[in-house]
Design a protein around this ligand. Structure first.
Ligand SMILES: [Zn+2]
Ligand SMILES: [Zn+2]
Length: 323
């Protein structure tokens, strides 16, 4: 036994009694808002089979490429500490047939998530997330409802200067065309992109729009944006997401460069920012998702019983330590 005093794993922190009342308060406000919007709580396991995340989050996302806490258990099975909540919520929804009886199912979850971050970069390896998922329809009003609920949550917490960046990422009909256009643009300028962007350029060129490396930001500044490539169905859907938000004068700005880091978003994507939280001021994000769903074995087995889409968002405690 070491004679040193015991310490928590680096990048993992205790929530001490001086701040735990604040955490309870925030979670209580969230629970009240979820009640108001008719969301029910689901308590998800903190680890899953690795393939659950690999398939749903997408092979080319940063999470799957380098941030998952994956280990082999004594039985030789590959398991992963959950890096986010959506994949588990979807897995539970299918496994427990929550689509019966048919209709809209609104779920929320609260709890710790894990990423194998480099602690020397000041990142937390355990952080906390509040998430919401709506299953059972791709009605655009559900996207608007999620955004309004998120704004209500932050407003109840008196977070100042809220703004929502909103975009449509297209669908399987129109995104491939946009992807080709963007890919051609990026290929011509490939030598100016960072190594990460170059390595995934063929698999997921959209991620370059999201890259924080200055030379990449500069390179994509005049890249084609998706708004010019959306099909009629996506344009109509996007307009119907925006209309109720406009009517309620929500602080929404369309940002055709918003792509989000995960592969599974379809159509609506959004990010909420708040003033005064520094450069990394995104406080929450989400959108519509269909991709994994469509390819999942469950859907192939019961194609008519399952809705084709779901929507969600999550709010994270800061993943970066203040030093
Ligand atoms: Zn489309
Ligand atoms: Zn890059």
């Amino acid at each position: 036994m070491s004679s040193e005093s015991p310490r928590a794993v680096r990048g993992v922190k205790d929530i001490l009694p001086d701040v735990s009342p604040l955490w309870r308060y925030v979670e209580g406000v969230a629970a009240d808002i979820f009640d108001l919007y008719n969301f029910q709580e689901i308590r998800l396991p903190v680890f899953e089979k690795t393939e659950i995340f690999r398939r749903s989050i997408g092979e080319t996302s940063d999470i799957v490429e380098k941030e998952m806490y994956t280990f082999t258990d004594r039985g030789g099975e590959s398991l992963t500490l959950r890096p986010e909540g959506t994949a588990s919520a979807v897995r539970a929804y299918i496994e427990h047939k929550l689509y019966n009886p048919p209709g809209v199912t609104r779920l929320f979850y609260v709890g710790p998530m894990f990423r194998a971050e480099r602690p020397q970069a000041g990142r937390f390896r355990q952080f906390h997330q509040i998430g919401a998922e709506v299953f059972g329809g791709d009605d655009p009003s559900l996207d608007a409802e999620l955004i309004l609920m998120l704004l209500d949550f932050f407003t109840a917490l008196k977070v100042p200067g809220l703004k929502v960046a909103l975009n449509s990422l297209g669908c399987p009909v129109c995104r491939p065309g946009y992807r080709e256009k963007l890919l051609a643009f990026l290929k011509e300028r490939e030598e100016r992109l960072c190594e990460a962007c170059r390595s995934r350029i063929d698999r997921n060129p959209l991620r370059a729009l999201d890259c924080k490396v200055p030379s990449c930001k500069e390179t994509v500044a005049d890249a084609p944006t998706i708004d010019g490539s959306l099909c009629a169905g996506c344009l109509d859907h996007f307009e119907k997401v925006r209309r109720p938000l406009r009517d309620l004068e929500a602080p929404v700005v369309v940002d055709p460069r918003l792509v989000r880091g995960l592969d599974y978003y379809t159509r609506t994507a959004f990010e909420v920012t708040a003033e005064g939280l520094g450069a990394q001021n995104a406080v929450a994000g989400g959108g519509g998702m269909t991709r994994w769903w469509r390819s999942s074995a469950a859907r192939r087995r019961r194609p008519s019983a399952l809705p084709s889409a779901w929507n969600g968002w999550s709010v994270s405690s800061t993943r970066r330590r203040r030093s």
